[in-house]
Design a protein around this ligand. Sequence first.
Ligand code: AKG
Ligand code: FE2
Length: 307
Amino acid sequence: MSLADIEPIPLRLVDSDLGAAADAFGDAFARTGFAVVSEHGIAQGVIDRALGTAKALFALPEAVKAQYVVRGGGGQRGLTPFGIEAAKGAALSDLKEFWHIGRELPAGHRFESVMPANIWPAEVADFREAQLALYAALDHAGRRMLRAIAVHLGLEPEFFAGPVTDGNSILRLLHYPPVSGAEAGAIRAGAHEDINVITLLLGAEEAGLQLLARIGEWHDIAAPQGTLVCNIGDMLQRLTGGRLPSTTHRVVNPSPERAAVPRYSTPYFLHFAPDYLIETMPGGPAEYPPITADEYLRERLREIKLL
Ligand SMILES: O=C(O)CCC(=O)C(=O)O
Ligand SMILES: [Fe+2]
């Protein structure tokens, strides 16, 4: 199986033929944990404005960016500088820096203590507006994807609507600087599984993203222009008892011709509400003890050295 052969599946199918969407996405996710998604409905202008302001942010002087590191915040908001996050169990840190944006909650919201307020870079005009627009668009696309996943699992289409309402979802703006050759074995993003429910990833058109197939081989994930990549995270694997696998993936360093080119990508990690109890459904190959989404997240952030 070559992942380059994965045909993009239009997200539009969710609205026109939910059964067909459930079959197509369900099949892709059950086989590889990944799908390439076309016709996702996110306006190109929204994507371009968010990417433009993200590039402006990362281009700021290091001393300015350093002001936006939240000490003791587990990397959940603001900047996580180059050389901090390491994949679970990895000796070397990833070759990336990133900025996290969370859900905006009204003052006094019951999740305020576990979902901290966003911070915004004063130096980049329109950053807040552009990123919140992308956050909202990805959240909406993710909810549509979850309708297809619910039907694939034999659940009612709106099964996930409640559990992800006010979810602790995070928009990650990622910057992988050019690779100089002095990285001594480190890679852009070491092999890992995502912690959350599903991930929607923009920017995978620039090569590097690979998934680990069950036979133990790495496969490139080719995302044509205008598509996004969607994958299953550990929380959904846990909920489905492994019926939907959270597949290991990584971002390898560029070929010598592309070494001078930075890579920007934007995963949206869609999460459950912090108090959602993840209890394994019957019918899958595995069973896990119940745990709330927030407890599970904290356990995992400690493993990746963010907490
Ligand atoms: O940059 C990418 O293409 C993927 C990033 C990723 O897997 C992650 O941040 O979890
Ligand atoms: Fe990932």
